[in-house]
Design a protein around this ligand. Structure first.
Ligand SMILES: C[S@@+](CC[C@H](N)C(=O)[O-])C[C@H]1O[C@@H](n2cnc3c(N)ncnc32)[C@H](O)[C@@H]1O
Length: 322
């Protein structure tokens, strides 16, 4: 008798848990796959990500080499070549990058710098602006991050598996950096506007020109967009079908401006894909906490990513306006 009652309660509890699970895994926006809804206290999401995925235990920069001048990646039937600014001062690549900046300012010869066995000693020219804007190690926007590769390959995989259609769709990319994700979206048929801070556009334009040649299904233009600022008409008329961004949630100081831009750029029909690096839990928690007031947020399970481009150091969210 007692066993029966206990058994009954257990079954009920299991049913409730299953129901809860069904409620948590839903479709969102124009994405055809199921996502895990992020609700309640964002701290739980953070604990889940860091506790289960354990990002710090896996390889950092699994798909990118920030100290090399170029990143090569096969996508959409092409071999893409993304020029990046090397983030360390120890290579010939840095010398080449700095020499490109001769026209921008005065060059200072620092002297012989010997690098840890990988390359012979070489003259390194250092421009004041390089340190200020571009040349500090891991500088934002001038080198690729894993989340960009993951998001680009995710979009390709999602199109190939019929989870989204980008053909003829308007896509705005925020914080495009070197431009890989936007280029992939254009190759998948989207009309893409890649955006970034004014001083990041030179490298971005170079990469777009170098990779989107010949027969491209979609198109790409490059625009300045500073988060939080008023938006150019071409960005909002009409409002985009998709907004995409990789590694744009990385600075607490930029979260509110980023959100303000997302709010202005999106209507209920707009689907946002954001890929993030799991490096700073406080920044991600702050973003989720603030974004949940305006957007429904879902996490895309790694089983839906491109199978060759999965890493526990990255997360992909879908956001749709409430
Ligand atoms: C960490 S990088 C990521 C770049 C690229 N999406 C990737 O995955 O490789 C962050 C990008 O956001 C841009 N960014 C940062 N703050 C910004 C702001 N206030 N307005 C516009 N873009 C910004 C940076 O210039 C940079 O390109």
């Amino acid at each position: 008798m007692q066993c029966g009652v206990l058994g009954g309660e257990l079954v009920e509890e299991v049913d409730e848990a299953e129901e809860e699970e069904v409620k948590m895994v839903v479709g969102m926006g124009s994405y055809g796959g199921k996502v895990r809804v992020v609700t309640g206290d964002p701290w739980e999401e953070i604990m889940l990500l860091w506790g289960i995925q354990q990002p710090t235990l896996s390889k950092h920069n699994a798909f990118v080499h920030q100290s090399s001048l170029q990143l090569r990646l096969d996508a959409c039937g092409r071999s893409l070549s993304i020029l990046q600014s090397p983030s360390s001062l120890c290579g010939l690549a840095e010398l080449l990058w700095c020499s490109q900046l001769v026209e921008l300012g005065v060059l200072y010869v620092l002297g012989w710098i010997s690098c840890s066995g990988f390359c012979p000693p070489c003259w390194v020219f250092v421009n004041r602006n390089v340190f200020k804007d571009k040349g500090t190690p891991g500088v934002t926007g001038a080198v690729m991050w894993d989340s960009g590769v993951v998001l680009g390959k995710f979009l390709e995989h999602a199109v190939e598996s019929g989870m989204i259609s980008l053909r003829g769709k308007k896509v705005v990319e925020l914080g495009s950096g070197c431009g890989l994700v936007g280029c992939i979206a254009a190759l998948l048929g989207a009309q893409v506007i890649l955006t970034d801070l004014p001083d990041r556009l030179r490298l971005l334009k170079k990469n777009v020109e170098a990779n989107l040649y010949g027969d491209v299904r979609g198109s790409a233009t490059v625009n300045e967009l500073i988060w939080g600022d008023q938006l150019d008409l071409e960005l909002i008329t009409p409002l985009p079908d998709y907004v995409i961004g990789s590694d744009v949630i990385y600075s607490e100081g930029a979260v509110m401006d980023l959100l303000a831009t997302l709010i202005r750029l999106c209507e209920a029909q707009t689907t946002i894909f954001l890929a993030g690096e799991l490096r700073n839990d406080a920044v991600l928690e702050y973003f989720l906490d603030s974004a949940m007031k305006e957007f429904n947020i879902g996490r895309v399970d790694q089983s839906q990513w491109h199978p060759d481009y999965c890493t526990p150091r990255v997360v992909i969210y879908v956001l749709v306006k409430k």
